[in-house]
Design a protein around this ligand. Sequence first.
Ligand SMILES: [Fe+2]
Length: 181
Amino acid sequence: MKSWQWGDTTAASTDADLLADHLEPLGVRLRCYPVASAAAPMLAPAQLDASGQEQLLGALDSVFQELQRERGYQERDLVVLYPEHPLLAELDAKFCRVHIHEDEEVRYIVDGEGVFGFVLPDARQIEVTVDAGDYIDIPAGVEHWFRLNAQQRIKAVRYFSARGGWLPVYQERAMQEFPRP
Ligand SMILES: [Fe+2]
């Protein structure tokens, strides 16, 4: 976890324990899995073709195997986003709105950065900037959003116990105006 902040302040924090306390009522779990050094050649380029993606997933398989044992995930795939991605604006519009899923949303960030936003039980909103090595598990039904930051670059593994449950179900609630450095 790189940093986090409230929507009504410009001050960011790097206090991971305090963040965990805030996210605990939602059941959101953040962990760190150091990215395997064997993955490095596939992390350097912003874009990856299909074979590069398979190689990268293979290099990260020890994490998948651990998660399979612990959580029973059946499948995984890779999200690779970069500034020239043809669907970047469309994907940003799709996920940068308050939504929930019928299944949990599980991501392992291995390159770049991304921002997850959450609505806490008291309606305060919080944004968390994640980067390489961060694993995040968002339970079904938790109001959240996702966006890229100014880097517009991320590689993240998605883990699934069932396909389809991660489609966004939009909520009426509006996002606060978070600073976008
Ligand atoms: Fe989501």
